[in-house]
Design a protein around this ligand. Structure first.
Ligand code: AHM
Ligand code: MG
Length: 334
C-alpha cells in the first residue's frame, strides 16, 4: 500500500526535521487548504447551480468580475477570518485590505490572495486556481494597514497555488523546497504526491500571449523572434509554444516539465506597470519557482527584490527554467 501523507503531516514532519516553520503557519496553510476545498466544490458545481458568467461588477482594477471570483473571495475571507491567525487580508478582488472583524481573534500573519486566477477561463472549463502569499505583520497582531502588507517577496513565509484542474492540486513552499499535494475527494484531504520539485534548467517551450507582439519591448520581441527561428536561428533549437491564459496552469506545467512563462511589460499596460499583480501573482509564484530551482524576473530585476509601493501594484513577469530566464534577462541587458 502507498504511504499516505496529508498536508498537515507533511508540514509537521518538516517542523520536526528542524525546518523553521511555526505551528501557527502550519495551521494557517491547512485552513487555506480547507477554503480551497470549498472553492473546488463550488467550481465543480458552478454550471449546475447557475454560478458561471459575469457577476455584473468590476474590481478595483476595472476588470469584470465573474460570479466565481466573488464567491471564491467570500469563501477565502469567511473561512480565514475565524482562524485567529491573521491580522489582515489582501485580495485581488477587494479595493482595500480586509480587516479581521472586531468579534474575531487576530494573529500575527497577513495573507494576500488572488482567489480565482485565470477566471476568464472558468466558463470554458479550463484550469483556474487560487494563489496566496503569507508574510508576518510587522506590528504583531495589530489590525493591519496597507503599509504592513508592502514587504518585498523575499520576506514571504509561505506561498501556494491551488490548481482546479482535472485534479485539485496544491503547490506549496515554506522556503524549504516545493511540494505538491492532490485532493483525495474520498478522504477530503490533500495528499503528498511530489516533494523537492525541481524545474529542469533548460527548456525549449515558451508561453506568451503572441497577440501582444506589436506592443512588446524590443528585447522580448527579439527573443521570441529568435525562438521562432528554430534550429536555424541564434538559439539553435526548435521551440514549442503553449498559452493557457491561466498562469496557475502554466506554472504547474513548468514545475512538471520546465518551460518559460512571460507576461512582459508592453505598450498597453506600461502606464499600470504590467498586466499581472505583484502581491497576488508575481511574488507567490516567484517564491515557488525559485524554490524549485527556477528564476523569476521582470527582465531587469528579480521580482522578489522589488519594494512594493501599493497592494494592487502590477509587475512584468518572466519566469521558469533557470537558463532560459537568464537568456531573456541577457536580451534586456543588450
Ligand atoms: P486574472 O487574475 O484576472 O485572471 O488575470 C490573470 C491571468 C493570468 O492567469 C494569465 O496569465 C493572464 O491573465 C492571461 O492574459 P491574456 O488575457 O492576455 O491571455
Ligand atoms: Mg489573477
Amino acid at each position: 500500500m502507498n504511504e499516505v501523507i496529508t498536508l498537515r503531516q507533511y508540514l509537521q514532519g518538516q517542523q520536526r526535521a528542524g525546518k523553521a516553520i511555526e505551528t501557527g503557519l502550519i495551521d494557517l496553510i491547512c485552513e487555506v487548504g480547507v477554503a480551497c476545498k470549498q472553492i473546488a466544490a463550488k467550481i465543480d458545481r458552478a454550471a449546475l447551480e447557475g454560478a458561471l458568467g459575469a457577476a455584473g461588477s468590476e474590481n478595483v482594477q476595472g476588470e469584470e468580475q465573474k460570479k466565481l471570483d466573488v464567491i471564491s473571495n467570500e469563501v477565502m475571507f469567511d473561512h480565514l477570518k475565524t482562524t485567529g491567525l491573521l491580522s489582515g487580508m489582501g485580495s485581488e478582488e477587494e479595493d482595500e485590505p480586509m480587516a479581521i472583524p472586531a468579534d474575531q481573534p487576530r494573529g500575527p500573519y497577513l495573507i494576500m490572495f488572488d482567489p480565482l486566477d485565470g477566471s476568464s477561463n472558468i466558463d470554458v472549463n479550463i484550469s483556474v486556481g487560487t494563489i496566496f502569499s503569507v508574510v508576518k505583520n510587522p506590528r504583531g497582531s495589530e489590525p493591519a494597514t496597507e503599509q504592513d502588507f508592502l514587504q518585498p517577496g523575499n520576506q514571504q513565509l509561505a506561498a501556494g497555488v491551488v490548481v482546479y484542474g482535472p485534479s485539485t492540486t496544491f503547490v506549496l513552499t515554506t522556503g524549504h523546497g516545493v511540494a505538491v499535494f492532490v485532493l483525495d475527494r474520498s478522504m477530503g484531504e490533500f495528499l503528498l504526491v511530489r516533494d523537492g520539485v525541481k524545474i529542469p534548467e533548460d527548456t525549449a517551450e515558451f508561453a506568451i500571449n503572441m497577440s501582444n507582439r506589436r506592443f512588446w519591448e524590443e528585447p522580448v520581441r527579439r527573443y521570441i523572434d529568435d525562438c521562432l527561428a528554430g534550429e536555424e536561428g541564434p538559439l539553435g533549437k526548435r521551440y514549442n509554444m503553449r498559452w493557457v491564459a491561466s498562469m496557475v496552469a502554466e506554472v504547474y506545467r513548468i514545475l512538471t516539465r520546465g518551460g518559460i512563462f512571460m507576461y512582459p511589460i508592453d505598450e498597453r499596460t506600461r502606464a499600470k506597470g504590467g498586466r499581472l499583480r505583484l502581491m497576488y501573482e508575481g511574488n507567490p509564484v516567484a517564491f515557488i519557482v525559485e524554490q524549485a530551482g527556477g528564476l523569476a524576473s521582470t527582465g531587469y530585476e528579480r521580482i522578489m527584490d522589488i519594494q512594493p509601493t501599493a497592494l494592487h501594484q502590477r509587475v512584468p513577469v518572466i519566469l521558469g527554467s533557470k537558463n532560459e530566464v537568464e537568456k531573456v534577462v541577457s536580451y534586456h541587458q543588450g
